[in-house]
Write a protein that binds this ligand. Structure first.
Ligand SMILES: [Zn+2]
Ligand SMILES: [Zn+2]
Length: 98
């Protein structure tokens, strides 16, 4: 085994291979890697800043899952709001429901 080099810039990654700290990411169904520390930064999640192995609309899987849960909660609130009668909405507004 020689020195592992970055797939992007060809610098040594400082890692020893798959499962030994090497960083691989998947973009558009294609694996890219191993990556050095500098290049792996280009593949990070725009929300949490962690390296996103797979990118889902710009975010890592964890953030995508979290965002989806928040969206579901929001959608529930929204739907609930639209199910209220106008009298119910007035009451809700007085309660500070927005
Ligand atoms: Zn690199
Ligand atoms: Zn993330």
């Amino acid at each position: 085994m020689g020195i592992e080099c970055c797939d992007v810039c060809d610098d040594p990654t400082g890692n020893a291979g798959r499962g030994e700290g090497s960083i691989f990411v998947v973009r558009n169904g294609k694996e890219i890697g191993p990556l050095c520390d500098v290049c792996s930064g280009d593949f990070s999640c725009s929300q949490c800043g962690e390296i996103a192995i797979e990118l889902h609309e710009g975010y890592c899987l964890d953030c995508t899952t979290q965002n989806q849960e928040e969206l579901d909660t929001h959608n529930y609130t929204y739907t609930h709001w639209h199910q209220l009668s106008s009298a119910g909405r007035e009451k809700a507004i007085k309660r500070g429901y927005t």
